[in-house]
Design a protein around this ligand. Structure first.
Ligand code: ZN
Length: 327
């Protein structure tokens, strides 16, 4: 079974229902020693815009089409080169300032609830769902659900409710998304801004990867009804939030790069040829050692199926934090 040992009760609610499969997008990378390790990575066939820096999770109904933000091999190479450069910069800065890299991190969270009106269908969810989402993040990132403990915990600072039909649904890549984030984003590079709303294109969520220079697009967009207790069948236990925050902390999908090359850049997530949907126990799509990591938060399986990060992913996230988001 792929159920999280500690969360069977919470999970059971979401398991029974239908066959909505989940497509999380294709950007997965973990602990990577150097940018050059990516030079031989295989390429996704589709052409992507040059400035792709985010990644989306989509429902299974959208199987046939590419995700808007899949990363190509070239894009992952560029990201890894940037990470290496950011690490060099930070090492020089810290040496000068006598500052040490952080080992534990509490992330301030600002949640923006984008509503069309005051109805539930219009995006008006109770605070209790948002508090539950923060709990899910803290459980997932502490290792309490069965995976490795990471350095991260999350502290809700503010719930900002915004009624604006022009931003509902939130359309991925639109000028309205840009205007929404430009108007609403709060805090520095270390502040996690989560935007909740109805989303375009059957998407469950998307996120930006960290960058050396903060821009107003930085943050995570999540389908309101994917929060714990929401109506998104099989995706209503809060793990879209967990997954998207993983990207925000620099993780790629476990299936990034397929079976060859450096994959997701994390050595302890076995290579995987393609996204896994639902909960295909025993799936093994690459000849390399290890079954597909279908229970990893960075795959595309049902919320009930995913329950862990690996130690390699935890290390990659902390490295990226100290390179990009630490003060
Ligand atoms: Zn994703």
């Amino acid at each position: 079974m792929g159920l999280r040992p500690n969360l069977l009760t919470r999970r059971t609610a979401g398991v029974a229902s239908t066959t909505l499969a989940l497509l999380l997008s294709t950007a997965a990378v973990g602990v990577v020693p150097a940018a050059s390790a990516f030079s031989a990575a295989p390429t996704e066939a589709c052409a992507e815009p040059a400035d792709v820096h985010s990644d989306a999770r989509v429902k299974a109904g959208a199987h046939a089409k590419h995700e808007p933000n899949e990363l190509t091999a070239k894009e992952t190479r560029e990201r890894e080169a940037d990470l290496a450069a950011a690490l060099r910069e930070r090492a020089n800065f810290r040496a000068g300032a006598g500052a040490a890299a952080l080992a534990t991190v509490t992330i301030p969270v600002v949640v923006h609830v984008i509503q069309e009106d005051t109805t539930r269908a219009g995006g008006n969810i109770p605070d209790s769902m948002i508090n539950s989402q923060i709990s899910v993040l803290n459980q997932a990132y502490s290792g309490a659900t069965g995976g490795a403990a990471t350095a991260f915990s999350f502290q809700l600072q503010k719930i900002n409710r915004v009624t604006n039909p022009a931003w509902f649904p939130i359309v991925q890549g639109s000028s309205a998304e840009r205007s929404m984030k430009t108007s609403l984003r709060e805090g520095g590079k270390n502040t996690l801004n989560i935007y909740l709303g109805e989303l375009s294109d059957d998407l469950l969520g998307w996120a930006t990867f960290p960058k050396r220079r903060l821009d107003s697009m930085d943050g995570v967009v999540v389908l309101t009804e994917s929060l714990p207790g929401g109506t998104a069948t099989n995706y209503n236990q809060g793990d879209t939030g967990t997954h998207e925050v993983g990207h925000w902390l620099n993780l790629y999908h476990t299936f990034q790069g397929g079976c060859s090359g450096s994959g997701d850049g994390v050595s302890d997530t076995p290579a995987e040829a393609s996204p896994a949907y639902q909960c295909p126990t025993g799936r093994d799509t690459c000849t390399a050692t290890g079954l597909d990591p279908i229970t990893n938060f960075m795959d595309y399986t049902y919320d009930s199926c995913m329950y862990q990060f690996t130690a390699g992913q935890a290390a990659r996230m902390l490295t990226a934090w100290n390179a990009y988001r630490a003060a």
